[in-house]
Ligand binder design. Sequence first.
Ligand code: AQP
Length: 331
Amino acid sequence: MRIFSGIQPSGIPTLGNYLGAIRNWVALQEGNECLWCIVDLHAITVWQDPKLLPQQIREMAATLLACGIDPGRHILFVQSAVRGHAQLAWIFNCIARLGWLNRMTQFKDKAGKDREAASTGLYVYPNLMAADIHAYHAMGVPVGDDQRQHLELANDIGEKFNHDYGVEFFPRIEPLILGPAARVMSLRDGAKKMSKSDPSDQSRINLNDDPDTIALKIRRARTDPEPLPSEPEGLEGRPEARNLVGIYAALAGSDVPGVLREHGGKGFSAFKEVLATLMIEILSPIAAETRRTLADPASLDVLLRDGAARARAIADPIVREVERLVGLFPA
Ligand code: AQP
C-alpha cells in the first residue's frame, strides 16, 4: 500500500506526535511504500518566525531520522518543495463545501474565541491535507485520533471530485489510527491534547528533553489522589490517570488492562517513577541521535532535496492529470 503522512515543523515534536504518529510510521515502513512529509505550508497557517522556520524544519527532519524513518527505502521531504500540493489544494478549495469546513473541530480549537482573526489558510487547512494525500494516490494515512475528521473530509473531497468529473480517479483513503496512545493528553489538563505549540512547556514531553526534565515533568504531571485501579473501568472520569496509563502502555508495548494488572493498587508517585524511567530509556537515544544529525545540516538539506525530487516524480503527473480533467488550459 502507498502510505502518506505529514507533520508540522511548528516546534520540537512531542511524545504525542511520537506515540500517535511517528512510531507507527516507522513500523509501517515494513512492506509499504511510504512518503513522510514535513508540512511547512500547514505550519504557516499560524505565525511562524521566518528566521526560525528553516531550522525547525531541519530539527523535525533530524528527529524523524533519529526515530527510525528510512530515507533510503522511503521518501522524506518538505511539502513546499513539491508545488503540486498547493496547486491541487487550490482545486480542492473549489470542490470542498463551506458547510463541510464549518464542521471541522480542529479549526474551532485552533482559532479559539477570536475566529475573525484566524487566517483563511487555517480554515482551508483540511483541503491542503486532502491534496497532500491525493497528490500521491496514497491509500493509507497513519495519524493520531485528532486527525480522523480531516481524513473523512479528504474522502468526501475525493468522492465529490470523482462524481463531478465522472471519473474514478481518487481512491478511498484508509485512516490508520494505531496503538493505545492515539491521543496523548496534556500533562497539565487531561481534557486537552498534548501539543508542541502549547504555551506551557510543562504540558508536554519534547523529544529533545533531557532525562532530568522528563523526570521532573512526569513528577509534576497532574493526577488525582486515588491509587491506580486494577481494571480499566476504574479509570472512568479520571482523564489524567488514563493518560499516564495509556502512555505507559504504548511505551512498554502493552495495553491498558495489562498495565493495570501489573501496577494496579500503586500510588501515583511510585507509578510516575517507573513511567519516567521507561520514557527516559526510550527517548534519550532519540535526542542524542537528533543532535548528531543536526551537527551536519548540509547533508540533511541534500537528503531533503533528494526526497523532494522523488516525491515530485510521483505527484507531478497526478496533478497534471487533475488539471486536464478539470479543463485547465495546458501549460
Ligand atoms: N497529542 C497527540 N496524541 C497523539 N497523536 C498526536 N498527534 C499530534 N498530537 C498528538 C499526531 O501527530 C501527527 C503530526 O501532527 P501535526 O504536527 O501535523 O499537527 P497537530 O496534530 O496539530 O500536532 P501538534 O503537536 O498539536 O502541533 P501544533 O501544536 O503545531 O498544532 C498527526 O498525525 C497527529 O494526529
